[in-house]
Design a protein around this ligand. Structure first.
Ligand SMILES: Cc1cc2nc3c(=O)[nH]c(=O)nc-3n(C[C@H](O)[C@H](O)[C@H](O)COP(=O)(O)O)c2cc1C
Ligand code: SF4
Length: 518
């Protein structure tokens, strides 16, 4: 029997040399005349172990990592294809604590299957959600999604079922499904990982969304920095079309749905849904005033569902196992699971899918294992460049939309960036203002002008010029930006700035005051 050797083609693994590892493995297979085949899978999301090579044995898969090209011949000498002992052997991947502690619903197949094989996808439970959806009325599908409690994973946490119902109820022969794959938040990669590791789950989610709302056409708006996703997603879309999962009659049904990928041009603000629509229409990406909501007048003025990749990729499991099953995970109004991305200065960086409710401390210290430098964790930023900085004494906060909001923070796209005790929070606050100034679309004054003034004020603070006056000015400026900006770019930049100022005040005072406080 041909033995499968899995070597990821995920961008994270490729950046760490997976292509050379695959080439070396191919050479060894040929040289030794082995009956083995290399499958280019996605990543399991444990990036400190990448490139992680897995081999299919009679007892299940056995993993080795991190593998360098120079390790490959030695691994074959040690009997890799029978799961032989080696210094890099990790045992069964599912037993590695980082994976064993997860609840993988959305990412259940990621790193396991061949991402572009529809056959493999189906063999691992794919298409069951779509088949169940085809048994229901469009409204029945919307109700199932509403019942699941799924909220948008792009950042705002808006209930997906309500958004779909609005489009469902809007009468128009042309409606669209737009997938937001701009993934601009710092320290986030869950969209990329699922699109590279299990693209059919996104396609299936978009088809279900189309049937539920009456949309026949879908677009994936992909960030330009993801060329690897572009290739894999297009390969998967072609395969889905060839198999009748996309086209005039989805799986032989009365429903038509087709989709394509459009690549953005690299502006953070184009992740904002209305700027995204402008960009998709070929215009300069600028935020639109609401109303009208995109659900009423979206792409080309037509009713449009805009959802994040993870929101859409979570739909197949909901239609497969039922809204109540998904809803059983989580806490409060945060239902289901969320793929948390642990990055920055952290020992075990990667993707950790879990039910809502774990504390920040558990995620950073236990799962992430503390900093990579071995120094104490001083702060984490959660939710991308517009997210708050958290000090250790708030690490008992559970990962939950409302619990985070109650402490002036946000979950956003669930990226956690870890910093050790060498971080300078005044520098980070300045960076937040500078980022806003660079990325502002320029439509409204609090954001366009406020962010530039914010950089200047923080620079004066850095120089020790009348610190208390500068702190008062920056606080006032943050209030103006928070309440006067048209979108969350200007409106949320105050979160990193004010959290840094509130929780790490010593970094904002001249050195003698700071030393006295320590
Ligand atoms: C400045 C800015 C950038 C954003 N970037 C993204 C992004 O990269 N990806 C994303 O899914 N949502 C992003 N959003 C949120 C979207 O506007 C929108 O809420 C989301 O696509 C809706 O999908 P969801 O309900 O499934 O989360 C951004 C919002 C703002 C204000
Ligand atoms: S807040 Fe900034 S990015 Fe948003 S609309 Fe105003 S100027 Fe544009």
């Amino acid at each position: 029997m041909t033995i499968n050797i899995y070597i990821p083609r995920d961008a994270g693994a490729l950046a760490l040399g997976a292509e050379k590892v695959a080439a070396a493995a191919r050479e060894e297979i040929e040289k030794r005349g082995l009956d083995a085949k290399i499958v280019r899978n996605g990543s399991r999301g444990m990036f400190w172990l990448e490139p992680m090579v897995e081999v299919q044995t009679a007892e299940g898969r056995v993993a080795y990592g991190p593998v360098k090209p120079g390790d490959v011949a030695g691994l074959f000498d040690a009997g890799l294809i029978e799961g032989g002992a080696h210094d890099l052997a990790l045992g069964r991947p599912e037993k590695i604590p980082f994976l064993a502690k997860q609840t993988r619903l959305t990412f259940a197949r990621c790193g396991i299957i061949d991402p572009v094989s529809l056959e493999d996808y189906e063999a691992h439970g794919g298409l069951r959600g779509l088949r169940n959806a085809l048994e229901k009325t469009p409204l029945g599908i919307v109700e199932e999604v509403t019942e699941s409690g799924l909220r948008g994973r792009g950042g705002a946490g808006f209930p997906t079922g309500i958004k779909w119902k609005t489009v469902h109820d809007t009468d128009d022969p042309q409606k669209y499904i737009v997938c937001n794959a701009d993934e601009g938040d710092s320290g986030t990669f869950s969209d990329r990982m699922i699109m590279e590791g299990d693209p059919f789950v996104l396609i299936e989610g978009m088809v279900i969304a189309g049937i539920a709302t009456g949309a026949t056409r879908g677009y994936v708006y992909l960030r330009s920095e993801y060329p690897n996703v572009h290739r894999i997603l297009n390969e998967a879309i072609d395969a889905a079309r060839a198999a009748g999962m996309l086209g005039k009659s989805v799986l032989g049904s009365e429903y038509a749905f087709d989709m394509e990928v459009r690549v953005g041009a690299g502006a953070y603000v184009c992740g904002e849904e209305t700027a995204l629509l402008d960009s998709l229409e070929g215009k300069r990406g600028q935020v639109r005033a609401k109303p009208p909501l995109p659900a009423h007048e979206g792409l080309f003025g037509k009713p449009t569902v805009i959802n994040n990749v993870i929101s859409l990729a979570s739909v197949p499991i909901i239609l497969d196992k039922g809204g109540a099953y998904y809803r059983d995970f989580g806490m409060g109004r945060s239902r289901g699971t969320i793929p948390i991305q642990i990055t920055g200065n952290v020992k075990h960086g990667g993707l950790f899918e879990a039910a809502f409710g774990m504390t920040l401390g558990e995620l950073v210290d236990d799962i992430g294992g503390g900093t990579a430098t071995g120094r104490p964790v001083r702060a984490v930023q959660v939710g991308g460049p517009l997210g708050a900085y958290w000090p250790r004494d708030l690490f008992d906060t559970p990962f939950d939309y409302e619990a985070f909001a109650a402490k002036d923070g946000l979950i956003g796209h669930a990226g956690i960036v870890v910093f050790d005790d060498t971080v300078d929070l005044l520098k980070q606050a300045r960076f937040a203002m500078e980022f806003c100034a660079v990325e502002s679309c320029g439509k409204c004054t609090p954001c366009r002008i406020g962010s530039t003034r914010g950089v200047e004020v923080l620079d004066r603070l850095k120089q020790g010029i009348a610190p208390e006056e500068q702190i008062e000015t920056v606080t006032d400026l943050c209030n103006t930006m928070k309440f006067g900006s048209l979108c969350a770019l200007g409106g949320f930049t105050p979160y990193p700035v004010m959290s840094a100022l509130t929780h790490f005040p010593e970094d904002f005072r001249p050195a003698p005051v700071r030393e006295a406080a320590e």
